[in-house]
Design a protein around this ligand. Structure first.
Ligand SMILES: [Zn+2]
Length: 157
């Protein structure tokens, strides 16, 4: 686990890696995170856009009422990119979630390969567009990864 205590980025190979769900779910998430080379953000506002802003807390009721479920923030291996991944019990992306993403300048995508939660949920990514200047979570992640680099299995080949 990388971090200062207040927040951290958890590599999928870490003993501290866990997500909401049973052991099977955690294992699917771990394999997915290894393939995607993403780190799990753990810290304040870790289930909504305010974690991407690195705010100390989230007090916005909207974040819990836009139709997200089982939500976590994932950061790219190099810190250049981060997204919310949510798995609500839906057949299509809720309109309320599209509005929420638009309000914050995030793009919305649904990729079957993000569907490790399963159980009839729809995987939805809310991603910081690459055209943006660095968001706070990217800035903080870049600093952390510079001082505490993560080795990925593919790096050893
Ligand atoms: Zn929030």
């Amino acid at each position: 686990m990388l971090g200062t205590g207040a927040w951290s980025l958890v590599p999928p190979g870490s003993d501290d890696f866990t997500v909401y769900g049973g052991a099977d779910t955690v294992e699917r998430a771990r394999e997915w995170a290894l393939q995607q080379q993403v780190l799990l953000y753990r810290g304040p506002a870790q289930t909504c856009v305010h974690g991407l802003y690195r705010m100390d807390s989230c007090t916005f009721p909207a974040c819990t009422s836009v139709g997200m479920d089982h939500t976590r923030i994932w950061v790219q291996h190099d810190g250049r990119g981060a997204f919310l991944l949510t798995h609500p019990y839906e057949d299509e992306v809720p309109q309320s979630l599209r509005v929420y993403a638009d309000m914050h300048g995030l793009t919305v995508d649904s990729y079957p390969f993000d569907g490790w939660y399963g159980h009839g949920t729809l995987p939805i990514r809310l991603t910081i567009p690459s055209s943006w200047p660095l968001w706070p979570i990217e800035r903080d992640a870049a600093v952390l990864l510079h001082t505490q680099p993560v080795t990925w299995p593919a790096d050893d080949e």
